[in-house]
Each structure stands twice: as structure tokens, then as C-alpha cells.
Design a protein around this ligand. Structure first.
Ligand code: GDP
Ligand code: IMO
Ligand code: MG
Length: 432
């Protein structure tokens, strides 16, 4: 297949970076379609760890093209820093191998300040636990038509005019509602025109570019950020991010036609994690939760916060498969389960007297949901060197097969460690 989407099937941090890097070996172009630097995608190659927030994972391979779609919100300072970091390691982004959509929205300093101040003002229970990167306020401006896009930034006059109008409102809101200092028009204008100068050469019509590449037969990998349960429409609203993290975000976030989408791969952990606030039915606050956090090194790649951990939730898994139309899955972090016995899988929820097998929209129901578990025997063997399904102990194979049955889609890849080669490949979506 010429186009493959790789998207998160849970609450983010499923290991998309690793899986994208792995499948990117067969791709020519890797495209981020949603989110911004709230994402933190980790890739480990020959022991060296790289965390990417904006630049598509896949760029570590030679001769790949990276693209930022219009569905993203981009913080130019963070992007330039990330580009410099890569350049220092010999990975040079040029106007031939890196493109930014002219329609992508820009994160401004007031977005960051509003994000943090709003979170600070919320009660402990109401906190979304955002990454504080200004993501929500930037998407909010996009929706209220107060956003600034790259194409606007590149025209000095248009930029000044928009900034002047928007800043007036933002400063009043910051000062009077959030009790925070505002921003000087001249300083922000100068700072951002500086970014414009450095980024101009990469800005293009991404929709046209991708169509041209697809028609030429190039292989394109669409890299999701976050996960379906953080999707603004399909996630645990309001404890979500502000964009369509699911497959729906690809069309809107890149400007390509639906018939180009062929394989859609969900990345799913062998258990569940969540970072930030919001309900999480299978969350464990006991020794098993501690084992998952410790063995899985479950600390945020963007904020360093400890991730909340729990058993595999097949209600969430099936929901993700249905809403995204996953044609296959990449199961990650199977190695983290080594040593736990028995293993539990959530197959439904009990809410009061009701038994639910579909994920509810009502957040209060999710908060009250008590998981219904089935148990499976665990394994003690170290599986990090497994490279074929047959290398896994019987109980690990039985666990994987049970998940496949519950989810109704095959695993294309199973990951048994953070390194690129710690992968069991069953099927390559670019080769189907
Ligand atoms: P992403 O946001 O979906 O790209 O995921 P993150 O990079 O935020 O978090 C996943 C973490 O798990 C990273 O530290 C990865 O290096 C690590 N990881 C990925 N796959 C595996 C795996 O199969 N086993 C283990 N132990 N770690 C993994
Ligand atoms: P990757 O791509 C995990 C969570 C935040 C918070 C909520 C809203 O690495 O999987 P935001 O800053 O987006 O307004 O925060 O969403 N969140 C993530 N959690 N992985 C991510 O990205 C996330 N991006 C945002 O913790 O709960
Ligand atoms: Mg992450």
C-alpha cells in the first residue's frame, strides 16, 4: 500500500514514535497531521534516544521527507530548536526534505500563558493536566477565526494587522480575567518576524504537495499524535486535547482525498496508561501499577510527569478499532508485563446495575465505571530478545491471541523493547 496511517489507540504514549520509525523504513514521506508539541515521540536507535515533539518520527532514516500538515498547531521557537538539535547530529532539514503547511496555525506566546493560567485557576478535580504548551488556546483561536497561520505570518502587513487586533483582546483577557501580564505588540511582532525569516523556505501548499507525491507513487506515512481517547470528538471529553487525533484528523489535517487512505494502523500498549487528568477505569494504584510504571519507564516524554498505569482495557481498544477503522494494530510494551501473574483484561464495565460493553459518552458514567476482568496466566521469561512470534513463551502468545480476538483485528507488529530492532514483525502495511 502507498499510504499508511499510524495513530494512537488509547490515551497517547502508546509507542507511536517507535512504530512510525520502524515502518518509515519503507516510506518516502512522513506527515504529522494533528496536535503540536504536546506530543513527545520517542525513538531509540543503537541505544541513542531521540524525543521528537513536532518533526515527524522517521526523519532519523536517510533520505526521508518530513511534512507538518495544516491540522497542526506549530510553536516556531520549539520547531527551530528541534531542527537545530537534529542538525547538530548531522540530520539536516532543507527546503527539499522538510515542509510546513502554509495553513498550519501558529502557537503564540499568549496561547502558552493562557493555557498555564487557566489550568492554575482550576480546582484539582477540574484540571485537565494539559502540557502547558498553548495547544488548546491555539486551536480555540483557529475555531473562532482569530488564529494566525504561516501564510499570514509570511506577509508582514497581514501579520501586523492580525496581531494588533488579536493582541488587544488577549491582553484584556489576560489582565482582567486571568490576572496575568499581557504582551507588547512590538516585541511579539519582532520575535515572530524573526521566526518567519528562518522558516519561510519550508512553507508550502501541503495539500498539493501530497497529492503530487501520491500520484507519483511515493509511499506516505501519516503519523498521529495523542490517541483516540484524547480526540476532541471521540475522546473522554472534556479531558482531551483540542484536535482530532484519530484517523478523521488525517483528511482535515492534510487536505488529501479519502480514497488515498488505505492501511490504518493503531498503536496499542499491552496495558493502559494516561497522563494528566480525567477518568481511567482500569487504573491501578497498587503494586501492579507500580510494576508497570517502573518496568515500562512510564514518565511523560514531554513533561516528565509520571504516567497513570492500569490493565489492558478491551472496551477502549474495540472503540478505537471501530472509530478509526484500524486495519491492523501494533502491540507495544509486551515486555513490561513480564513477571506479572495473573494478567487481567477488562472486557466490560459495570456502572451501577448496568453492564456496559461500549464506551460511554457521559463522563460521569466513565468515572463510575468498574471494570469487569478476565484473567490469564502470565510469564516470567525475559522476552526482550524475541524476534519471531514463536520465540515468545506460550502464555505470552495466548495473551496476544486473546487480545487479537477481543479487538477483532490482527497485530502487524509486536514490540518487546524500546529499540528499533526489538520488534516482531508479522505483516508490513506498506507491503500488503
Ligand atoms: P508515543 O508518544 O506514542 O510516541 O510514545 P512515547 O514515546 O511518549 O512513550 C513510549 C515509551 O515507551 C518510550 O519511552 C519508548 O521508548 C518506549 N517503548 C516503545 N515501545 C516499547 C516496548 O515495546 N517496550 C518497552 N519497554 N518500551 C517501549
Ligand atoms: P503523544 O503524541 C499523552 C494530554 C495531556 C492532557 C490532555 C490535554 O506523545 O502520545 P494538551 O496540552 O494537549 O491541551 O493536554 O492531553 N496529552 C497527551 N497525553 N500523550 C500525548 O501525546 C499527549 N498530548 C496531550 O496530558 O491530559
Ligand atoms: Mg508521547
Amino acid at each position: 500500500m502507498n499510504s499508511v496511517v499510524v495513530a494512537g489507540a488509547q490515551w497517547g504514549d502508546e509507542g507511536k514514535g517507535k512504530v512510525v520509525d520502524f515502518f518509515a523504513q519503507q516510506a518516502n514521506v512522513i506527515v504529522r497531521y494533528a496536535g503540536g508539541n504536546n506530543a513527545g515521540h520517542t525513538i531509540v536507535v543503537r541505544g541513542e534516544k531521540t524525543i521528537l515533539h513536532l518533526i515527524p518520527s522517521g526523519i532519523l532514516h536517510k533520505d526521508k521527507v518530513g511534512v507538518l500538515g495544516n491540522g497542526m498547531v506549530v510553536d516556531p521557537a520549539v520547531l527551530l530548536q528541534e531542527m537545530e538539535g537534529l542538525a547538530g547530529r548531522g540530520i539536516k532539514l532543507t527546503s527539499k526534505n522538510f515542509f510546513i503547511s502554509e495553513r498550519a496555525h501558529i502557537i503564540m506566546p499568549y496561547h502558552r500563558r493562557i493555557d498555564s493560567a487557566r489550568e492554575g485557576a482550576k480546582s484539582k478535580q477540574g484540571k485537565i493536566g494539559t502540557t502547558g504548551r498553548g495547544i488548546g488556546p491555539a486551536y480555540e483561536d483557529k475555531a473562532t477565526r482569530a488564529g494566525i497561520r504561516f501564510v499570514d505570518l509570511l506577509d508582514e502587513e497581514v501579520f501586523a494587522e492580525r496581531l494588533r487586533a488579536v493582541l488587544k483582546e488577549k491582553n484584556a483577557y489576560l489582565k482582567h480575567v486571568l490576572k496575568q501580564p499581557g504582551f507588547s505588540f512590538a516585541a511579539v511582532r519582532k520575535e515572530y518576524l524573526g521566526y518567519a525569516k528562518r522558516l519561510k523556505r519550508y512553507v508550502t501548499d501541503v495539500s498539493l504537495l501530497l497529492e503530487d507525491l501520491l500520484l507519483k507513487g511515493k509511499k506516505i506515512l501519516f503519523e498521529g499524535a495523542q490517541g483516540i481517547m484524547l480526540d476532541i470528538d471521540h475522546g473522554t471529553y472534556p479531558f482531551v486535547t483540542s484536535s482530532n487525533a484519530g484517523v478523521g484528523g488525517v483528511l482535515a489535517g492534510c487536505g488529501i482525498a479519502p480514497y488515498f487512505l488505505q492501511e490504518i494502523v493503531g498503536v496499542i500498549k499491552a496495558y493502559t496508561t494516561r497522563v494528566g487528568g480525567g477518568p481511567f477505569p482500569t487504573e491501578l494504584q497498587d503494586a501492579v501499577g507500580g510494576h508497570l510504571r517502573r518496568e515500562g519507564a512510564e514518565y511523560g516524554a514531554t513533561t516528565g510527569r509520571p504516567r497513570r498505569c492500569g490493565w489492558f482495557d478491551a472496551v477502549v481498544g474495540r472503540y478505537g478499532v471501530r472509530v478509526n477503522g484500524f486495519t491492523g494494530l501494533a502491540l507495544t510494551k509486551l515486555d513490561t508485563l513480564t513477571g506479572l501473574d495473573p494478567l487481567r483484561i477488562c472486557t466490560g464495565y459495570r456502572v451501577g446495575r448496568k453492564r456496559l460493553t461500549e464506551f460511554p459518552a457521559d463522563i460521569r458514567q466513565v468515572e463510575r465505571a468498574k471494570p469487569i476482568y478476565e484473567e490469564m496466566p502470565g510469564w516470567q521469561e525475559d522476552i526482550r530478545d524475541a524476534r519471531r512470534l514463536e520465540d515468545l513463551p506460550g502464555n505470552a502468545i495466548r495473551y496476544v491471541r486473546r487480545l487479537e480476538t477481543l479487538l477483532g483485528v490482527p497485530f502487524f507488529l509486536m514490540s518487546v523493547g524500546p529499540q528499533r530492532e526489538q520488534s516482531i514483525i508479522v505483516e508490513n502495511p506498506f507491503e500488503t
